[in-house]
Every structure is written in C-alpha cells, then in structure tokens.
Design a protein around this ligand. Sequence first.
Ligand code: KIV
Ligand code: NA
Length: 266
Amino acid sequence: PKRVRIRHFQQAKRDGVKIVGLTSYDYLSAGIFDRAGIDFLLVGDSAGNTVFGYDTTLPVTVDELIPLTRAVARGARRALVVADLPFGSYETNPREAVHTAIRFMKETGAHAVKLEGGERSAEQIRHIVEAGIPVMAHVGFTPQAEHGLGGHVIQGRGEEGAEKLLRDAKAVEAAGAFAVVLEMVPSESARAVTEALTIPTISVGAGPHCDGQLLVWTDWAGFTTGRIPRFVKQYAQIGKDLEDAANAFREDVSSGAYPAPEHEYE
Ligand code: KIV
Ligand code: NA
C-alpha cells in the first residue's frame, strides 16, 4: 500500500474526502487499523490514561511514548503515524520543541508530530516545520491544559469562544501546521473554522463539518471501562469480550475442560 502523506491530507480537503484517524499504542492494533484503511494513527499522550493508568496526561514523558510510537510505526504500512508531544516537552521555547520533535522522528519512525495549543504554540510549530517535520496542531479543548481551562470544559462556545477558536486555528495554519485537531467544540464553531482554513480540520468531538474524524481507539472499541464522552460512538465491546473470555478460561481450567486432548502433545 502507498504511504499516506501530508499532501494527501490537503488533497482530501480539496476533494471533500473525509480523513479518518484512530489512536494506537502498540504494534498489533496499528496493523489492524492500517489494514482497515485508517488514514492516520496518532500515538496520543492519551496513552497516559489508556496504557499507563494515570488520571491525566500530565505525567506522561517522552521516554514513555517513544517505545509505543516505535511499535505503532512498525505496524503501520500505509497509515501516516503521528507522534504526540507530551506535556513539558515543547512549551518552554522553540528550541526545546524542535529537540523533542527530532527525538521522535529519529527514534521512532513516526511521520509527523502533534502538539497542543493555538497562538501560544505557533512559534514552536513554525520552528519544527522549518526543521522539515510535519506538525498536526490541536486546539479547542487541550487536555494538557486541563487545569488552566478549569476541567473538561467545551471550548469555542459563544461569540468570544468561537472567535478565540478561529484565531488559534488561523495561527497554527499560518505557522505551517498541515492539519489541526479540534477537540470538544460546538459543531457550528468547528464549521466556521473548517470553512476559514485551507488545511484540514480533524474532529474529536467537533461535529460533522470537519474534514476528518479521530477517536481514541480504546473508547471507540469499548476497551475502556468507565465514562465515555458523549461524542464517542462505540463500534465494539472488546472490554466485555475479554472479561467474558477470561471468566470462561478460568472456569475451564477449574473444571478440567481445558486443556482438551486436541491441545496436548503426544
Ligand atoms: O492523546 C490523544 O489521544 C489526543 C487526541 C484525543 C486528539 O490528543
Ligand atoms: Na494528546
């Protein structure tokens, strides 16, 4: 399969073809999603919640994400692999941001990086892009800024919110981002941004008018236990399937039903 490249993102927006992404944190899921034709795989710092069991994404480190990103890159033959820059690895100054982005590109096989923030991150985006590394931006609700935003609050609401969202989106476009994630914003605000930009908008809970859709795979596949955001549609219940399987295995071992003769060596 031919590798998805950033020019295909621009082409998709021009042609009105939707872009589809999922997060991935390992080789097996990456291969499955890749074979299914998912266009890009984000190795999100959502791994903090889904892989490492933290309450937020704030503790996640570059050293934790690098091996996961490497595994995803090995599993993806067609999909564009995006490495998420964790909290504390790019905010201080553009030099730090370029340094972190280069580490991911050298050490993982990812094809692009993602970082959070609109106007506040524009300089970082500009310098990373100048180093030859594609950047996916991320505005609206930005989980690394959860405490600054006062919790899991919908962004881009009201006239002021919509204007700030548009300013942030235009800033990352001007800085050279090839796409921008809009997280948890009203559909109409996302529509206005999508119409105003030439780069594609990728919705995470930003409604149907964006140029693409992205979900955290463990939410989407029903792997996660606990509360799932309103915008997630669950396409499977693998958490329940695995629990049922573990129960069945335990019962079979207790009863002696497993292993059966066909599982034995002579
Ligand atoms: O870390 C992540 O999974 C993300 C997406 C939800 C946008 O940043
Ligand atoms: Na993230």
